[in-house]
Design a protein around this ligand. Structure first.
Ligand code: TEU
Length: 559
C-alpha cells in the first residue's frame, strides 16, 4: 500500500557524485554585518528574573549575555521593555522613552548595552509605532479633549454610524478578535466618538496622516539612537497608514491574502505612504555612526510584495514569515526558499530566515504534530538546515534549548488578550512565552528566586535546562553552538545556494552553499548520502555510514 502520509516521492539515495543546478543565489563580499547576521530575540519578561519578582528584568539579561556571546550571535533584539500596563506583553507602550519599573531603569539599559558592546553583541530594540497604550499621556489627553481637537487628531477618532452613532464607523476587526473600534464616554457619561485599534482596545492606533505623529516618532528614534542602540525591529510595519475614508474590508483581519480578498486590497495595510516614513527613518539612521538597521515585521504576502519594504532606501531586513510558516513538506519548503532568494535578490536585500518567535507556537511543537519526540528531532534538523542558508537568521530565546510550547497552561493563568477577546476560542500565544529554564535543580529551573514566574513552566523541563544541556555534548544547545560557530567560520551567511539535481521533486532538501552540501531528510525513509566529511549533524547518527534517517540534517564536505 502506498504511504498515505508521504507528500513527495521517496529518494533512496543521492548520487555519490552529486550534480547541482546553476546557483540560485551567489556568494557576495559585501561585509555589511546585517546581510549575514544571526540575531537572537530576547523576550525580556521571560528571559531571567534577577530581582525575584517573577518577571524577567534587564539586569537578568545583562547577567546572562555571555551565554549568548557563547552562541556567536551578532545581535540581540529585545521585545518591548518600555513603561506599559502589559495588556499585550508590552506591545502596549505607555512611555516610549522609559523602562518599565518591572524591567528596571534606563541606567539598567545602559549597563546592558555596555556589557553587550564588551561582548561584541549589538542591541536592537522593538519600536511600536502603529499604536500605543491607552495609558499613554497622548491618548489620555485625546480622551479628555473635544472631538476635532489637535489631541484627538493624534489618533483615529470617528463618529459612529446609525441614527444614534451606536454602530462602529466601519466593519474592521481586531487581530485579537472582536471589533477594531471602541466607543468612548463623554464627561457627562453619554456615549461619545469611537477610536480605532487594530489590536486590543487598550492599543489605540496612531493617526499617521498627522505630521505631529511623525515628529513624535522621530524624537523617539533619536532618543534611542543617542543611547547607542544598533537599530529597531518595527512592529506591524505595514499598518501605520490607513486608506482614505477607511472603507470596509471583507478579507482577513490580518490582511493575509485569501482567494477572494488579496492582501494588497486591505485598506489598513501596505498603503503607499508608509514607504516614505521608512525612507525618512533610514536617512535618520544614516546620520549616526555604525551600521544601524531597521527590520520590518510585516505580514505582507506574497514575498514579491514584502520586498518593497527592503528596497535600498528603506528597511534593511524584513522577517520572512513565508519561511516561518512552512509546513513539513519538502516541495513547499524548496519553493519558499527559491521564492525568498529570488524576491530579496531582486531588490539587493538579504533574505532573513526564522522558525520561531513570541507570536507563534515554537517549531519543536509545530513540527511534532502532537508527538514531542518527533517534534524535537524535526526542530533540530530544521534549525540546522536553516543555519546553512545564505542571508540573515533570527532565533527566538529557548529554541537553542529545543523548548516546546507549554500546552497545558490553566486558562485562569493565561495572559494573552487573544484568549479573552475570542472567548477562549483561540488560546493565544502564552505557550511560547514561558520563562526560560536555566538550572535543572533550582526552583523554577533557576528563572528567578520567587514563588513562580508570571507564567507557569511545564513540570518536565529539567532535562531541557541550560545547565543540563551544557554538560551534554549531544544536546540541542551544543548543536546550536557548534552550528552557529561553523556558520560564521565557513561564511555560510554570505554564501551561495545551488539545489542538488537528484533531490528535485523528492522529500529531501539538498543544496550546496559554497563547498558545503546540506542534506535534510523530511521524508519517511532512510536515504544514502554521498561520501564526505560530516561538518555538522542534527543527530549523532546523521550521515554516519553514509545514511541519513528521516527528520535528520547533515552538513557535508564532499570527498
Ligand atoms: O504582531 C503583529 C501581528 O501581525 C500579530 O497579530 C500576529 O499576526 C499575531 O500575533 C499572531 O497570533 C506584533 C507583535 O509581534 C505582537 O506580539 C503584538 O501583539 C502585535 O504586534 C501588536 O503590537
Amino acid at each position: 500500500m502506498p504511504n498515505a502520509v508521504s507528500l513527495a516521492p521517496a529518494v533512496s539515495a543521492l548520487s555519490p557524485a552529486p550534480t547541482f543546478h546553476a546557483p540560485l543565489h551567489t556568494a557576495h563580499d559585501d561585509d555589511a554585518w546585517w546581510r549575514s547576521s544571526v540575531i537572537y530575540q530576547v523576550y525580556p519578561r521571560s528571559f531571567r528574573d534577577l530581582n525575584g519578582d517573577g518577571q524577567g528584568d534587564l539586569a537578568g539579561i545583562t547577567a546572562e549575555l555571555h551565554q549568548l556571546a557563547d552562541l556567536s550571535v551578532d545581535a540581540i533584539w529585545m521585545s518591548p521593555f518600555y513603561t506599559s500596563p502589559q495588556r499585550d506583553g508590552g506591545y502596549d507602550v505607555a512611555d516610549y522613552c522609559d523602562v518599565d519599573p518591572m524591567f528596571g531603569t534606563l541606567e539598567d539599559f545602559d549597563r546592558l548595552t555596555a556589557r553587550a558592546t564588551k561582548l561584541g553583541i549589538k542591541v536592537i530594540i522593538d519600536l511600536v509605532p502603529n499604536h500605543c497604550s491607552s495609558e499613554h499621556a497622548l491618548f489620555k489627553a485625546a480622551l479628555a479633549a473635544e472631538p476635532g481637537s489637535p489631541e484627538r487628531a493624534m489618533f483615529i477618532f470617528r463618529d459612529g454610524t446609525g441614527p444614534d452613532g451606536s454602530n462602529p464607523p466601519n466593519n474592521w476587526q481586531s487581530h485579537f478578535g472582536g471589533s477594531a473600534w471602541t466607543r468612548t464616554l463623554n464627561d457627562d457619561g453619554t456615549p461619545g466618538q469611537w477610536y480605532l485599534h487594530l489590536f486590543d482596545s487598550s492599543q489605540p492606533d496612531f493617526n499617521w496622516d498627522n505630521p505631529a505623529v511623525h515628529a513624535e516618532f522621530e524624537r523617539i528614534l533619536r532618543f534611542w539612537l543617542d543611547r547607542n542602540v544598533t537599530g529597531f525591529r518595527v512592529d506591524v510595519a505595514h499598518a501605520l497608514v490607513k486608506a482614505e475614508g477607511l472603507p470596509d474590508w471583507h478579507g482577513r483581519p490580518d490582511g493575509c491574502s485569501t482567494e477572494e480578498h488579496p492582501g494588497h486590497a486591505a485598506p489598513m495595510f501596505g498603503q503607499r505612504a508608509i514607504h516614505d516614513i521608512y525612507r525618512r527613518w533610514r536617512s535618520i539612521l544614516g546620520e549616526y555612526d555604525g551600521d544601524r538597521i531597521l527590520c520590518a515585521e510585516a505580514t505582507i504576502d506574497p514575498l514579491s510584495r514584502l520586498v518593497n519594504w527592503v528596497r535600498n532606501d528603506q528597511m534593511h531586513q524584513a522577517f520572512n514569515f513565508a519561511y516561518l510558516h512552512h509546513p513539513w513538506d519538502a516541495a513547499r519548503l524548496r519553493e519558499i526558499i527559491t521564492d525568498s532568494l529570488q524576491a530579496f535578490d531582486s531588490v539587493g536585500a538579504p533574505t532573513t530566515w526564522v522558525l520561531s518567535n513570541h507570536d507563534v507556537p515554537r517549531h519543536a511543537t509545530r513540527f511534532g504534530e502532537e508527538r514531542p519526540e518527533v517534534g524535537l528531532d524535526r526542530a533540530r534538523a530544521a534549525s540546522l538546515a536553516m543555519l546553512a542558508l545564505p542571508g540573515g537568521v533570527y532565533l527566538y530565546q529557548g529554541e537553542e534549548l529545543g523548548l516546546p510550547d507549554h500546552l497545558t497552561i490553566p486558562d485562569e493563568l493565561r495572559q494573552d488578550p487573544t484568549f479573552v477577546r475570542t472567548g477562549g476560542e483561540r488560546v493565544g500565544r502564552d505557550g511560547c512565552r514561558v520563562p526560560l529554564p536555566w538550572r535543572a535543580d533550582e526552583p523554577h529551573y533557576g528563572f528567578g528566586s520567587n514563588d513562580g514566574g508570571w507564567l507557569p513552566q511545564p513540570e518536565d523541563w529539567a532535562t531541557l535546562a541550560r545547565d543540563s544541556q551544557q554538560a551534554d555534548p549531544a544536546s540541542t544547545l551544543n548543536l546550536y553552538r557548534s552550528a552557529l560557530s561553523l556558520r560564521k567560520e565557513l561564511g555560510l551567511g554570505a554564501g551561495s545556494l545551488s539545489w542538488a539535481v537528484d533531490a528535485d521533486g523528492t522529500d529531501t532538501i539538498a543544496f550546496l552553499n559554497n563547498d558545503v552540501m546540506v542534506i535534510f531528510n523530511m521524508g519517511q525513509s532512510d536515504i544514502n548520502v554521498p561520501a564526505g566529511s560530516v561538518l555538522a549533524a542534527s543527530h549523532a547518527d546523521a550521515g554516519a555510514d553514509g545514511v541519513l534517517a528521516p527528520n535528520r540534517c547533515v552538513w557535508l564536505r564532499l570527498n
